[in-house]
Design a protein around this ligand. Structure first.
Ligand code: ADP
Length: 203
């Protein structure tokens, strides 16, 4: 949390993270999926949410494309707007995590500084997953059609074509979706999420 502005006093809560952990059977936390458009973030996010929910965990997916209809509908794709987009989603994800949920976010999140800020907002309760796929594969997949539009110039500032993507240098998990099928991707992330956020419930 940044320093509070003058004249704002933080309110102390009676319910803490430990009380929520005991109530829900797991800690709250954030699983942050980052990668190029078409790498598989949304597909994995949807399947992971269902997988964790079926396993009894309170998992919820925040998908960047869906959020752009509301929370971030006023933002475009300039570097400043992308930064603000990620700041907002990082803060909202941290609030959900504080409420005890396991939040899965699916956003390109191209800048390492913004991803680091999201990790900080979540107080370290954060698993950064690099959803890796080479650009040629992503272009060939082009599930929602943006690469064709970016290459023709219809969309500007498109990550991988006309805007940068900073590859995570030390993600908690790296999953290559060109060689790992969807079920195996989901299983690997779910295992990590259970280790980190369930841990030893007898403690
Ligand atoms: P993103 O959210 O990263 O833009 P999407 O999930 O929308 O990507 O699209 C990824 C595309 O790649 C989908 O058409 C999906 O079916 C396909 N795909 C192929 N293999 C995988 C995999 N192992 N994991 C996730 N998606 C995969």
């Amino acid at each position: 949390m940044t320093d509070l502005p003058a004249n704002i006093t933080a309110v102390a809560h009676q319910i803490d993270a430990e009380a929520r952990r005991r109530r829900f059977g797991h800690q709250g936390g954030v699983v942050w999926l980052t990668g190029l458009s078409g790498s598989g973030k949304s597909t994995i996010g949807v399947a992971l949410e269902a997988h964790l929910f079926a396993a009894g965990m309170n998992a919820v997916l925040l998908d960047g494309d869906n959020l752009r209809h509301g929370l971030t509908s006023d933002l475009g794709f300039s570097p400043d707007d992308r930064r603000e987009n990620l700041r907002r989603v990082g803060e909202v994800a941290a609030l959900f995590a504080k409420s005890g949920a396991i939040v899965i976010t699916a956003l390109i999140s191209p800048y390492s500084e913004d991803r680091a800020r999201a990790r900080k907002a979540a107080n370290g309760q954060f698993i950064e997953v690099y959803v890796a796929a080479d650009l040629d594969t992503c272009k060939a997949r082009d599930p929602k059609g943006p690469y064709a539009k970016a290459i023709s110039g219809e969309i500007s500032e498109f990550t991988g074509v006309s805007a940068p993507y900073e590859v995570p240098t030390a993600p908690d998990l790296r999953i290559d979706t060109t060689i790992t099928d969807l079920d195996a991707c989901v299983a690997a992330i779910a295992t990590e999420a259970k280790v980190r956020f369930i841990g030893d419930m007898s403690a």
